[in-house]
Structures are given as structure tokens and as C-alpha cells.
Design a protein. Structure first.
Length: 713
């Protein structure tokens, strides 16, 4: 009953944003609200979670390769993260003969683990608030001068840390520059692949189920951190030894109950919770729909071809997944913003703030004016960046234009040239010029259609006819060197890239005559001159005001517990295991089971196939200790933890700090949580540790890994 009241209040009253801590929030681990966590059921202390002086849970949590999160689950540096986080590495080790993406990979012992040069994990050794030192002396300065002094102060702060040779310090702003924190980071560089299930488990449901609950995905993979013989970071060497962590997470296979306390410990990437109503409105009505529209066109054409042709399917698998990922997220975000009346609530909140503190009115008035003035530029920017990203011909052309500029500007050293050629060669491996010509033609038509005349280069309005475009772009593409279809010096960029680049002057002369580069160049120039400069000018002013607005919100709304927007630093989100009520009369349970995998099973389907061995385990009900009270194996579950991109791979922990799940997604109806967390629909989705261990044990037969872990029954 009490919970119901709070929920109702959250729906009706804007003032309830004061409940943000209870529902949502990504907290800096040195500033946890221990009392509320304990009220919700936590049995450990804030010090158990983060203590720079002695081993604590934070010593088991790392940022994985700069993007995802991972955690240590054995005294020998065994690392758990998502399948989609290790995807690139699994793909790199795969070949037609050893297709680990399709079949999975399991090292038989440590000697069988596979090195991944370039992959890193970051530990956070310490966090210090350094606001005073960073902002010292800046109060009376404005704009550029304040910025310069802040930069100097940050350097001084960094130099003040006594570091070990393997440590570095990074200083980051939070609350739009109202506060600063310093992070002491240790980076390990020898990270080996230990195991991954087949995609039919690790990516089960693929794009159709992505962002969707109920979910049945075993989205996990395992790596191991290696160190030198002193347990310190080292480049890959066969002499390196498994890293001995200060702390590792015990893995719980206890049954879960709805309302159990849980927290997520990881590296959320970016959220924008404190924007004015006008900014949210623009995202909802302008920016997201523009980006969705561009991707829709690209995805449709790619998908048609991928379904018809296996080679294209494989080449575009990973690109398609990443384009589709945010396409789908933005659709959910727009729906959720509308449904939760995010703009209406923010507007009332602003009224409430102004009533308490009239000084806020000029800030909001000015922000309203700035966003209105910026709107056409912001919209063009959204179209331009999405079109030039998804029309690969344009992004290629832009790279070659940069090459010409840096060559002619005398900046093209041998190293830069080699790096450029290597990057291109990698790109061409997964590229189809013919397919791309079609996508590019369609997106150019869309750009010409959606862009006001004053932002378009001369002649661009003739691109509005899709069919004419397709013929025209195909003609250019067929003859162009940059698509790998036209040749120079008797070679193409796909057959022998070095030969094409053998005489850069000859290449540049050819490129300057290439209509693809000419159109791309015209488009870029007109974008830069008509849009970007103006957009940035307005954005700088918005950023400065957003800092003021943030400070005013914090000083005026005393009831609200503020947490800083995500910025890829270590955070704790806490909540409860919980189902949800996303639509009238629709109730989602908090847990899915293996039976649901079988319900979704479509033999031979590219998204919903199930490996025969898993079907056999299901038929034999060979579940061992991994079944729960229902008699089936739990697969995924949801909770009210506030998470975002970057939290993938984060540990979900219970009241005792045991690992109970692996975060990997959010529920579609709640993805507006990046802008407006709503307790009714915002849920994070995790793989149940029981499913992970079941797959490792019964499916992969990798018992040697289980023996390393501390399993809590
Ligand atoms: N939606 C999840 C996240 O943003 C998982 C993405 C990976 N899966 C996929 N089908 N693309 O990253
Ligand atoms: N799937 C996301 C990730 O890869 C997590 C999320 O956005 O909820 O980090």
C-alpha cells in the first residue's frame, strides 16, 4: 500500500522528482546513501563496496576495453562480461573453420586461452573530490579565461597525486562543471578470451528481442586478466601469469524473490537528467525522429540484401546490429517520453523552481530562446551526421577528403599513411560497394528532401528523386576507386591497396575527379559553413547556462537527492528485483526461464534457433543445482536499477554483495531513463547467474572454471 502511494505520487506530482533516489540514480561510490540502501535491505556497508584503503567490492569491478563493464569472479582473475561486449574479440578469433561466433568457444585450460592485443581493463584505485582546487580563482573570471584557468588547475591537481608507475589520474567534471572528481586508474593490458557460448545462446533473440522484455538471452562471455610476475600490468607476454585480484565476487545461485535488494556496480556512459523541458521536447519531436528516419531507410535496404545473400549477412552482421541497436532504443525513448509526459512534468517542475527562486526564470527564458534558435541547426546536424554515418560511401569519401587535405597540407607521414591504409583495409573486409551505392542513393534523397534549401549545396535539390539517384550513384560507384570497384594502376583498394596508394599524387588527381568525393565535399562544406559554426556557437552558450541551471536546481530544490549524470565513471545504482506494469492490464513478471527459450525456439532461424545440446538438456531436465523453485532454470530477470549504455557487463549484486546477475540491457518501455527515469517502466535486464553457471557446467562442460569460483548456494 505504501509503495502504491509513492508510485501514484510519482505519476501525478512533479515535486516527486524528490523521490529520485528511491527510484533511479547512479551514485558516486564514495558518496553512497548507506541508510537508504540498508532500508531497502542491504546487509553490507558502504565501506564494503568502496574502500581505497583495503580490499572492497570495487576491486572486482573494471571498465572493459573503454566501453563496457566486467567483474572478477575468481582468485585467478577470471572476468565476466557480456557476449555483446566481447563480440569483437570472439569475431576476431573466428574463421570459417573455427566459427566461435556460431559454435561458441571454451578454453580447455589456461594454456588454451586466447590473447587479444589492444584490449584493456581499468581498475579504479581511488576517487577524490577536487572541486575546490579545480575551480579555485575562477569565480570572478568569465568564459575563456575561466576555462583556461580550470585547465591549469586540473594539471596542478593531477601533478599533486603520488602515483605508482602503473597508475594515472583522470579529472572529470560532473553536474555540468559544478563539481570535479579525480580518478586514480590502473590499466591491465593482457586480457585473454576464456569462453563464450554460441550466438544462439549469447545473442538469442538478436535484434527482434533486443531492448525487449520478456527476454531469454545468455549474454555473457569470459576473459582472464594476466599480469607480470609482480601482479602488475604488463603488455601481453606468454610469461605473464593470471592476475591475483585484491577482491573477487562470490557467485550466488540462490533463488531470487521479487523485491529483493540489488545493486549494479559499473561504468554508465551518458545520461542527461537535468535538461530543461525545451531540450527534452526537441529530442522527442526533432532529433530522435530524424535519426530514427535515417536509420530506418538504411536498415531496410541492408536487411533485404542480408536476408537474400549469406555473404552480405556475415559481412554486415555487426554493423547492422549496432545501427539497429540505437534505432530501436530511440523509438522506445520517444514513446516513453510521450507516455511519461516527460515534457509536461519538466515544465511543471520548472514552474515550481521559479516559484521558489525567481532567479531561475531568466535562466530558463534564455535557455528556451537558445534552444528555439538552435532548433533548425540541431535538426540539420542530426540529419547530416546520421546520413554521413549510414551512407558508407559518404563516410569513405570524407576519409579520402581528409587524406587529400593532410597530404597537401604536408602532414602525411609514413606512419599516418600506414595507419590510414590499415584502417581502410579493415573497413573494406566488411563492405559491399554495390549495396552501399543503393543505401547512399536513398539517404542522399532523404537528406535533400529533409534539409531546408538554405542548408543545401547548389544542385542538391535534384537528388530528391530516389530512383534517379540509385542509377546515378550506382554509375559513379561502379567507376570509383574509393568503393573498391574502380581501379587505378591496374589494382583496386580491395585487391591491392598499396598499389593504389603507390603514387599519392596520381591517386589524388583521380580522387579529385571522382563525383562521389565532389558531392560529399560539397555537402560537408555547406554543412560546416551554414550549420556547424552556428550550432556550436549556440551550444557553447547553452552549456554555460546549463551549468548555471544545474547549480540553481541543486540550491533551490532542497528535497531532491541529486546524483550526477553518467559520464563513464564508476557508479552504483540500487533498487529491487521487480516486474513491471508497462501498459494498461499488462503485467511483466521479473523472471524468465529456460522453458521460455524453448517457447521462442524456431529451428534454423537466424535469431531464434537453439543449439541441439541445449534442447537435449531441456528435454532431459538435466538442470542439476541450477533450477529454481519452479523446477526450471531461470534465464533473465529485471530490477529497478538505473542503468545506461556502458553498464553492460556490470555485476548485479545482492544484499550481501554476492553476484546474482550480469546486466546487459533495459526494457524498451523504459529506455527514456537516460533523460527521464520513470519507476513505472524503467527496468534493467540481467542474465541470471544460475543460467550462466548452467551453461558453463552442463552445456560447455567447462567445470574447471566452476572450480575456480566461490559459489554461494
Ligand atoms: N541493447 C543492448 C545495449 O545497448 C544490447 C545490444 C547488443 N545486442 C544487439 N542485438 N545489438 O547495448
Ligand atoms: N546494452 C547496453 C550496453 O551495452 C546497456 C543499456 O543501455 O542498458 O551498455
Amino acid at each position: 500500500m505504501k509503495r502504491r502511494n509513492i508510485l501514484l505520487a510519482a505519476v501525478i506530482l512533479p515535486a516527486v522528482m524528490a523521490f529520485s533516489q528511491q527510484y533511479g540514480g547512479m551514485w558516486i561510490p564514495t558518496e553512497l546513501n548507506e541508510k537508504e540502501m540498508k532500508d531497502l535491505g542491504m546487509k553490507i556497508s558502504a565501506k564494503d563496496i568502496f574502500d581505497p584503503a583495503k580490499p572492497s567490492i570495487k576491486d572486482a569491478v573494471v571498465q572493459f576495453n573503454g566501453g563496457c563493464t566486467a567483474e572478477i569472479i575468481s582468485p585467478q582473475g577470471l572476468l565476466l562480461t557480456n557476449h555483446h561486449c566481447g563480440y569483437g574479440q570472439i569475431q576476431k578469433h573466428s574463421s570459417v573453420g573455427n566459427d566461435y561466433l556460431t559454435d561458441g568457444f571454451w578454453a580447455k585450460n589456461m594454456n588454451g586461452e586466447l590473447p587479444n592485443p589492444g584490449v584493456t581493463v581499468d581498475f579504479i584505485a581511488d576517487i577524490k573530490e577536487v572541486t575546490g582546487a579545480v575551480l579555485a580563482g575562477t569565480q570572478k573570471l568569465d568564459g575563456k579565461n575561466a576555462e583556461d584557468l580550470i585547465k591549469k588547475n586540473i594539471e596542478r591537481v593531477r601533478a599533486g597525486f603520488k602515483l605508482e608507475p602503473w597508475q594515472k589520474v583522470v579529472v572529470k567534471p560532473v553536474y555540468y562543471g559544478n563539481k570535479y572528481y579525480a580518478y586514480v586508474i590502473e590499466t591491465y593490458k593482457d586480457i585473454r578470451l576464456v569462453g563464450a557460448p554460441p550466438s544462439s545462446i549469447g545473442k538469442f533473440g538478436s535484434d527482434t528481442d533486443n531492448w525487449v522484455w520478456p527476454r531469454h538471452t545468455g549474454d555473457f562471455s569470459m576473459f582472464r586478466i594476466y599480469a607480470d610476475k609482480n601482479n602488475k600490468p604488463a603488455e601481453y607476454s606468454k610469461d605473464n601469469v593470471p592476475y591475483k585480484p585484491k577482491y573477487f565476487l562470490p557467485v550466488s545461485i540462490k533463488d531470487k524473490q521479487e523485491n529483493d535488494f540489488t545493486f549494479i556496480f559499473g561504468f554508465p556512459g551518458r545520461t542527461t537528467e537535468y535538461l530543461p523541458a525545451i531540450a527534452v521536447e526537441k529530442i522527442m519531436t526533432d532529433i530522435d525522429p530524424a535519426m530514427i528516419g535515417v536509420r530506418e531507410v538504411a536498415l531496410k535496404t541492408l536487411n533485404d540484401k542480408m536476408r537474400a545473400d549469406d555473404e552480405t549477412r556475415i559481412k554486415y552482421a555487426s554493423k547492422y546490429a549496432s545501427v539497429a541497436n540505437y534505432w530501436k532504443k530511440w523509438i522506445g525513448e520517444v514513446e516513453g517520453l510521450k507516455k511519461s509526459d516527460a515534457v509536461g512534468k519538466k515544465k511543471s517542475y520548472e514552474k515550481m523552481l521559479i516559484a521558489k527562486n525567481p532567479q531561475i526564470k531568466p535562466t530558463i527564458d534564455r535557455l528556451n530562446a537558445l534552444y528555439a534558435e538552435q532548433a533548425p541547426y540541431a535538426l540539420n546536424r542530426a540529419y547530416y551526421s546520421e546520413v554521413s554515418r549510414n551512407a558508407e560511401t559518404l563516410s569513405l569519401a570524407n576519409q579520402y577528403i581528409n587524406f587529400i587535405q593532410s597530404y597537401e597540407g604536408g602532414k602525411m607521414t609514413d606512419d599516418v599513411m600506414t595507419a590510414f591504409k590499415n584502417r581502410l583495409a579493415g573497413f573494406y573486409e566488411n563492405y559491399s560497394g554495390e549495396l552501399d551505392a543503393k543505401v547512399t542513393a536513398e539517404l542522399l534523397a532523404l537528406y535533400a528532401e529533409k534539409t531546408p534549401e538554405k542548408f543545401l549545396p547548389a544542385n542538391f535539390s535534384q537528388l530528391k528523386d530516389v530512383q534517379k539517384n540509385i542509377d546515378m550513384v550506382e554509375n559513379w560507384s561502379k567507376q570509383s576507386v574509393i568503393t573498391g570497384r574502380g581501379s587505378l594502376n591496374g589494382a583496386t583498394v580491395t585487391s591491392d591497396i598499396n598499389k593504389v596508394f603507390a603514387n599519392p599524387q596520381v591517386l589524388i588527381a583521380n580522387l579529385k575527379n571522382d563525383p562521389l568525393l565532389q558531392w560529399a565535399g560539397a555537402m560537408r562544406n555547406s554543412y560546416l559553413t551554414t550549420t556547424e559554426t552556428k550550432y556550436n556557437e549556440l551550444q557553447n552558450e547553452i552549456d554555460a547556462l546549463q551549468k548555471t541551471f544545474m547549480a540553481q536546481q541543486m540550491s533551490t530544490d532542497k528535497d531532491r537527492q541529486f546524483f550526477p549524470d553518467a559520464n563513464s565513471t564508476l557508479r552504483v545504482a540500487y533498487g529491487q528485483v521487480k516486474g513491471s506494469n508497462p501498459r494498461d492490464a499488462v503485467y511483466y513478471g521479473y523472471q524468465t526461464h529456460l522453458d521460455g527459450v524453448i517457447e521462442k525456439y524456431v529451428p534454423g532461424d537466424y535469431e531464434f534457433d537453439v543449439p541441439a545440446k541445449l534442447v537435449n538438456l531441456y528435454n532431459a531436465k538435466d538442470y542439476g543445482v541450477y533450477k529454481d523453485k519452479t523446477g526450471s532454470v531461470p534465464v533473465n530477470f529485471t530490477a529497478t536499477n538505473h542503468t545506461t549504455g556502458g553498464n553492460s557487463g556490470s555485476p548485479a549484486l545482492d544484499a550481501h554483495g554476492n553476484l546474482i546477475g550480469l546486466n546487459f540491457d533495459r526494457q524498451w518501455e523504459g529506455t527514456m531513463s537516460d533523460i527521464n527515469f520513470d519507476p513505472r517502466f524503467s527496468r534493467n535486464i540481467m542474465v541470471d547467474t544460475k543460467y550462466i553457471l548452467f551453461i558453463v557446467d552442463k552445456y560447455a562442460d567447462a567445470k574447471w572454471l566452476l572450480n575456480e569460483m566461490k559459489i554461494v548456494k
